[in-house]
Design a binder for this molecule. Structure first.
Ligand code: SF4
Length: 936
């Protein structure tokens, strides 16, 4: 077995992993104890990475060779790399020569490595001469970039993870790290254990797992964050808790902000945010942390802020970021251990993309496109000056603008790399118009199963985690090496190499005879050029090298001559502005762009699940990662469920101004009244349905709004005004089967064609060790019998399965098919299809999923009105992914344990082991310990 140190490809915590491999196969993964982000820990997603790289997944879900679709809507045909790149280069050249370079758009990804990003950025801005390159990081952190630059003068997170150990108050706003950044949350738990006096404030419209552990949960109205921050500043001023000496020495622009926050009295702030005045005062006191105000004595104690999409994904995202940073500047809570505003990046390398300037308005090494001197510097560094050329000055189209321009016919060619815009961008109707209207769509991907792949004219197979070589930067400015444990499968190639090969072909067509701008022969050769662009900049990494990073990750800046990176920025009070002073940003509170109203009375919020990652092209293949949330749902407050006449599982139609979506309702007291919550992950890879116009659902982003922050251009994915009504889809179908891994993957792919024929359909994997597939569908009217027969056949219950038990009532459009397999002296249910009547769902599902002896149930399996057998109790929701422990198992174990909460948790873990491996379920276990009573 070979060990290869690398980095987790999921969230921005950037955990170090050790990949275990044998020959060409990745066989295991464990946390890297030497990596300073995680010290050996991994969450449920990171700990299962090796299971996403099995031979079966490679065969059924990976893109293994270039593919061409000669006719739109037609089948794909295999292609040869050289021919594919030549044909694409020809088409791109023709597009540029006919319509100009701005007719081409590149949409790339925060999951690319820094080296990949660098080549794409240079290809677009340096070679083609268009700034139309943007990234899914626009959906993730462009408001954080704009907020930092507007206040601190540079896009540089000033704090680090270790600050959790020094902070006296941790202020988490618009983030749910318990689920979205779990290993960082483990570090917060450690810090709180070591310092029980540490205060935790959580600002979130939902009572998330993170909020449930807070000392103070500020359950604000969606979109009211700026009002909250202004209100807190008002209170700090009134109480004398600001740091006037720090402001006088190190900041500018406070007077205008001071005048603005005068109007944000506690009473008005409470009205705007939906919070209590007393809670506002408490939050202001704990944030300011002046002598005595936090209950501690001595000098001002440090406050650390962590924030993410709740502030960023907003039509006033920059204002929200700046308003929070204003609080740090007003209280001097920056540049010292335990203090500072630390934005959490959602993606593994959103930071690396920022460093190379891989956004439509940025240039390499934090340079600005709008600055002629910066453009000239980059032109020189890239060698453009030798060809008497400059970088174009016109800002490129940002993510939503780029797809809108393609939908309008302005952009003719789209090159999409390592991202799935047909799932993740808002306003999917517009995005799909863009993908259909563009004359050339190139999708460079590791997976063949994404929604976007269906729109591609060309599919170019890319390497993925475990196969790539390069670097990524995490949320605390720490650059880590990514290394290949195995070679990429099939004909996959590295992203930087694909971009380089295409760039050279474009050079030959557009600038014949000129020396190449892309002389790279390895990831390191790309990185060395990138490194040189940082010389003298705030993120100077000229003191780093691949060998140094191989020995251990480093934080930037690390200029030449220094031996280690800088943990914290601005310790000397000098900021990256012209006068060295941080700037207060006087920003108005602007209400939501699309507020709730009488027609759309609910505010729909979106967020991440604990065990899934983004569009789920990787995590979505593992049944065990579906145990915690087995199927999609819309979460509603229990009172709203009652008011709408809904019970758990009822199908609900959600409509926004842009489209509709059907989902099962789930009661949740984490969601406030007049709000609804849906996970961000559901695309039409798992969820489909037809609306009144016969359009397939397009997932959650069929509903969301393309409106964006005017400064950061980050769209408002966190709020959509919607209406809800019970969906009238009385005919229902439920099918499930155990299969081998390859068969399960193939079945899910085949079911894609069927799902869109129903008013609602979802298809998900299940199973911890084995591989199951579940299909749920519903329709207004019974479908033709052939459709049900088709589903039975796909689940292996077609006519050729002569031993299947069957019931068929054509008149009432009901049928059942049950496939049992012998298991010693008994039999087990291997597959079933319940059509037209799924009242037996609970016990039939339990029989199959728990692999219980089924022989005794005989014909009961076919009786529509059979009562649920007492012995068949559903297992319940999985809480611990590592040890496959369900909520009822935990509740039963806790009923027999007494003592303090810590004692009960320890006893529970001793008994069931839950929460003893990755720890992602610990917040939920602690909550269950609190709520489960000890049996009499
Ligand atoms: Fe990966 Fe989890 Fe670490 Fe994020 S917290 S980097 S998903 S292991």
């Amino acid at each position: 077995m070979t060990d290869t140190p690398s980095t987790c490809p999921y969230c921005g915590v950037g955990c170090g992993v050790i990949i275990e491999s044998e020959g060409a196969q990745i066989t295991g993964v464990r946390g890297d104890p030497a990596h300073p982000a995680n010290f050996g820990r991994l969450c449920s997603k990171g700990a299962t990475l090796h299971l996403t790289a099995t031979a079966a997944i490679t065969q059924h879900a990976r893109l293994l060779q270039p593919m061409h679709r000669p006719l739109r809507g037609g089948p794909l045909q295999p292609a040869v790399w050289d021919n594919a790149l030549d044909a694409i280069a020809d088409q791109l050249t023709a597009t540029v020569q006919t319509h100009g370079p701005d007719a081409v758009g590149f949409y790339v990804s925060g999951q690319l490595l820094t080296e990949d990003y660098y080549v794409f950025n240079k290809l677009a801005k340096g070679l083609l001469g268009t700034n139309n390159i943007d990234t899914n990081s626009r959906l993730c952190m462009s408001s954080a970039v704009a907020g930092y630059k507007a206040t601190l003068g540079a896009d540089a997170p000033p704090a680090c993870y270790d600050d959790l150990n020094h902070a006296h108050t941790v202020f988490i706003a618009g983030a749910n790290p318990a689920w979205a950044h779990p290993v960082l949350f483990r570090r917060l738990e450690d810090a709180r254990r070591a310092n029980p006096a540490q205060k935790l404030i959580v600002v979130d419209p939902r009572r998330t797992e993170t909020a449930q552990l807070a000392d103070l949960h500020l359950q604000i109205l969606p979109g009211s964050d700026v009002a909250l921050c202004h209100g807190l500043l008002h209170l700090m001023l009134w109480e004398g808790w600001t740091d006037t000496a720090f402001m006088a020495a190190h900041t500018s622009g406070f007077e205008a902000l001071k005048a603005r926050v005068r109007d944000f009295t506690p009473k008005d702030t409470a009205r705007l945010t939906g919070l209590k005045e007393a809670d506002l005062l408490q939050a202001a006191r704990w944030f300011a942390n002046v002598d005595g105000s936090s209950g501690a004595s001595g000098a001002r104690l440090p406050t650390l802020s962590l924030y993410c999409q709740g502030l960023n994904q907003s039509s006033s995202g920059t204002a929200k970021n700046a308003a929070l940073i204003n609080l740090h500047l007003a209280t001097g809570q920056i540049g010292k251990p335990g203090a500072g505003p630390l934005s959490l990046t959602g993606q593994p390398n959103a930071m690396g993309g920022r460093e190379v300037g891989g956004l439509a308005n940025l240039l390499s090494a934090h340079r600005d496109l709008a600055n002629p001197a910066h453009r000239a510097e980059v032109a020189r560094l890239w060698g453009l000056d030798l060809q008497a050329r400059d970088v174009p000055s016109q800002p490129g189209k940002t993510a939503v603008e780029m797809f809108q321009a393609a939908a309008d016919g302005e952009i003719k060619a789209l090159w999409i790399a390592c991202t799935n815009p047909a799932q993740s961008l808002p306003d999917q109707a517009m995005v799909r118009r863009a993908l259909e209207r563009a004359e050339l769509v190139i999708v460079q991907e590791a997976y063949s199963t994404t929604a976007t792949a269906r729109f591609a004219d060309w599919l170019l197979p890319a390497t993925s985690w475990g196969e790539k070589d390069g670097t990524v930067t995490n949320s605390e400015r720490r650059i880590s090496r990514v290394r290949a444990a195995v070679a990429g499968p099939g004909q996959t190639r590295h992203d930087w190499a694909i971009a380089t090969d295409l760039a050279r072909r474009l050079e030959a067509r557009l600038r014949p005879g000129a020396a190449t701008l892309f002389p790279y022969d390895s990831a390191e050769s790309v990185w060395l050029e990138h490194r040189e662009t940082t010389r003298g900049r705030d993120l100077d990494i000229t003191g780093m090298s691949y060998p140094m990073l191989d020995a251990g990750p480093q934080q930037w800046p690390l200029p030449e001559g220094q031996t280690g990176g800088r943990a914290r920025l601005y310790a000397d009070g000098r900021f990256e502005t012209d006068d060295g002073r941080a700037r207060f940003l006087d920003t108005p509170f602007v209400p939501l762009a699309e507020p709730r109203d009488a027609r759309y009375p609910f505010s729909l919020t979106t967020g991440r699940l604990r065990d899934q990652w983004h569009g789920m092209s990787r995590t979505g293949n593992l049944g065990r990662l579906w145990g915690h949330q087995p199927e999609p749902s819309v979460d509603l407050h229990p009172q709203e469920m009652t008011r709408l006449g809904l019970k758990d599982g009822d199908l609900v139609q959600l409509s926004s101004r842009r489209g509709l979506l059907v989902l099962p309702a789930a009661s949740s007291d984490a969601v406030a009244l007049t709000q609804a919550h849906v996970a961000m992950h559901w695309g039409d890879e798992v969820l489909q349905g037809l609306d009144a116009q016969g359009q397939s659902s397009g997932g959650i982003n069929r509903l969301t709004s393309p409106v964006f922050c005017p400064i950061s251009k980050q769209p408002e994915l966190k709020h959509t005004a919607v209406k809800l009504q019970k969906a009238e889809l009385p005919w229902q179908l439920l099918a499930a089967a155990w299969l081998c891994e390859g068969e399960a993957l193939a079945l899910r792919s085949q079911l894609q064609a069927v799902m869109g024929q129903f008013g609602y359909a979802c298809c998900v994997p299940f199973g911890h060790e084995q591989h199951g597939v579940l299909l749920r569908a519903a329709a207004a009217d019974a479908p033709p019998p052939e459709r049900v027969a088709r589903i039975e056949a796909l689940f292996g219950l077609g006519p050729e399965r002569t031993d299947a038990l069957r019931y068929d009532d054509r008149r009432r459009h009901r049928s059942r098919a049950m496939g049992l397999v012998r298991d010693g002296d008994d039999a087990r249910l291997q597959a079933f299809v319940l059509a037209g009547d799924i009242r037996a769902e609970a016990w039939v599902k339990a029989l199959l999923m728990q692999r219980l002896p089924a022989q005794a149930y005989g014909r009961l399996l076919l009786m529509p009105d059979a009562q649920a057998p007492l012995a068949l109790v559903p297992r319940g929701r999985q809480v611990c992914t590592c040890f496959n422990t369900s909520a009822p198992m935990i509740e039963q174990a806790l009923a027999g344990t007494a003592g303090t909460e810590a004692d009960r948790l320890a006893a529970l873990q001793g008994k069931l082991q839950c929460g003893t491996q990755c720890g992602s379920c610990l917040p939920e276990l602690k909550r269950l310990v609190k709520t489960c009573v000890v049996a009499g």
